[in-house]
Design a protein around this ligand. Structure first.
Ligand SMILES: *Cc1c(COP(=O)(O)O)cnc(C)c1O
Length: 469
């Protein structure tokens, strides 16, 4: 499989190189040159497969030429073997034909484990083969950091540095990162906000001289391997609900548009999907585009669903590329005008096409709390605030009660006690067994000033399993 850039000016890469690349050299994002397409018979024949075997069948075309089948199978079996639920991604019924796909049974209790457990193992496999080492520098406002560290903690060939804003992530989220020790794990608390952290990561990609030749790898969802891993659970859910003979709808709590873009790809690969609902919080740039053809940057609001607090959705460029007939020059132009003026609209027919593919809703904090309380009362299920946004949007945007509606359950409620408390649900939140002593564990973290040079000096002093690069 070959991968091309959404801006059309960077060289095509194979899977191995796309795994190790961040942004393309032209500033674009990599996408498969040709999407594989499965027949209904083929998809139907996968019913009842264990998760890792389904994952092998769905993802195999994407890695062909880079990873032999036997090795890929082994990696996938290991990856999904660390999940604490036998079904890996179980479906739980809320109402008649309404289901939550529980994607929070991985080590860090959010769906990001599906991709980052795999990414860590893929990186180590490819690097071992090449005899190379890499450094990861990532920024997190919460879930990505812990999932990335968990995914890379056993990697022999990766040193990982995760920047988080000092005193601005929840205690559970911080402890999930800082209580993991290893000579290749480095937590840095920046005396600044999340944007400051993210700017430092961007600046480090732009000028990598401080790495003395070591390659820098991206772990955010611009990395194609993350999107690829997320396609699998759309197939998994559908097969459990009578697909592909029957069509299924999905409502997806959305921030950077990575998770729902995977659903869009699943549909293009032959999975019958009826509706794809973009569920956002008050940071609603995607809802404003879907409802009014305005992709315009606004100020950031802190909400009860912090993992969806974004001003722009990085993966949206991948959809725009398809909407524009895969014309890289057109995308480069749009992104330029976004950078200059902070917004754009697309031509009417392209927007109409987008509206055929997606419905959307923005849900504020008060509605989020109402939904948590309502669902708890109706079913006894306690939702995390992100999943609650998905449920609210599913209920508002649903077109047919006969078609099963699957809401992606993106996190475990124990990660977001504030929202649960504000919702007035009196149920005690308990950490799962593997994290039950989280609050007693020792922490390891370095606090650094909001200063790029200081951070880069720290990375070059510790980037080789704790020793200088
Ligand atoms: C990351 C995250 C999201 C948003 O996913 P995107 O792929 O960025 O759209 C939603 N919910 C939770 C809990 C998350 O951690």
């Amino acid at each position: 499989m070959r991968y091309i850039s959404t801006r059309g000016q960077a060289p095509a890469l194979n899977f191995e190189d796309v795994l190790l690349a961040g942004l393309a050299t032209d500033g674009g994002l990599y996408v498969p040159e040709n999407l594989p397409r499965f027949t209904q018979e083929e998809i139907a024949s996968w019913a009842g497969l264990p998760y890792h075997e389904l994952a092998f069948r769905v993802m195999r075309p994407f890695v062909t030429g880079s990873i032999p089948d036997a090795d890929f199978k082994k990696i996938l079996e290991e990856t999904y073997g660390v999940f604490s639920h036998n079904a890996v991604a179980p479906l739980r019924q809320l109402n008649g034909n309404e289901w939550v796909l529980e994607l929070f049974h991985g080590p860090t209790l959010a769906f990001k484990d599906f991709a980052l457990q795999l990414l860590g193992r893929l990186l180590d496999y490819v690097l071992e083969k090449r005899g190379e080492r890499v450094v990861i520098v990532g920024a997190t406002s919460g879930d990505t950091g812990s999932a990335a560290i968990e995914g890379c903690k056993h990697c022999e060939n990766v040193d990982i540095f995760i920047l988080h804003p000092h005193n601005r992530v929840s205690e559970v989220q911080r402890r999930q990162m800082t209580t993991l020790f290893g000579e290749n794990i480095h937590n840095i608390a920046i005396e600044g906000n999340f944007d400051d952290c993210q700017e430092m990561v961007k600046a480090s990609f732009a000028d990598q001289s401080f790495l003395k030749g070591t390659r820098l790898v991206a772990v955010n969802s611009i990395n194609w391997a993350r999107i690829m891993a997320q396609i699998v659970y759309y197939f998994h859910a559908s097969l459990q609900l009578g697909g592909p003979a029957r069509s299924v709808s999905f409502s997806v709590p959305t921030g950077n548009f990575g998770d729902i873009f995977a659903g869009y790809l699943a549909r293009n690969m032959g999975l019958p999907i009826n509706q794809l609902i973009v569920a956002t919080n008050r940071n609603d740039i995607l809802h404003r585009f879907m409802s009014g053809n305005q992709y315009v940057k606004e100020t950031l609001h802190a909400t009860l669903s912090p993992s969806m607090d974004i001003m722009v959705s990085s993966n949206f460029e991948r959809l725009l590329f398809d909407l524009h007939g895969r014309n890289g020059a057109a995308i480069a132009g749009l992104m330029d005008s976004f950078k200059q003026g902070g917004g754009f609209s697309v031509e009417q027919e392209r927007w109409t096409e987008a509206r055929k593919l997606f419905d959307s809703l923005a849900v504020d904090d008060a509605q989020t709390c109402e939904t948590i309380a309502e669902v708890y009362e109706q079913t006894g299920e306690l939702l995390d605030p992100h999943t609650a946004i998905g449920v609210k949007a599913a209920r508002e945007c649903r077109r047919s009660l006969d078609i099963p509606m699957v809401i992606l359950g993106t996190a475990h409620p124990v990660k977001f006690p504030d929202a649960v408390q504000k919702a007035g649900v009196g149920k005690a939140l308990e950490l799962p067994t593997h994290l039950s002593d989280l609050f007693e564990r020792d922490e390891r973290c370095t606090v650094l000033p909001n200063d790029l040079k200081a951070v880069q000096a720290f990375v070059s002093q510790h980037g080789n399993r704790g020793k200088p690069l």
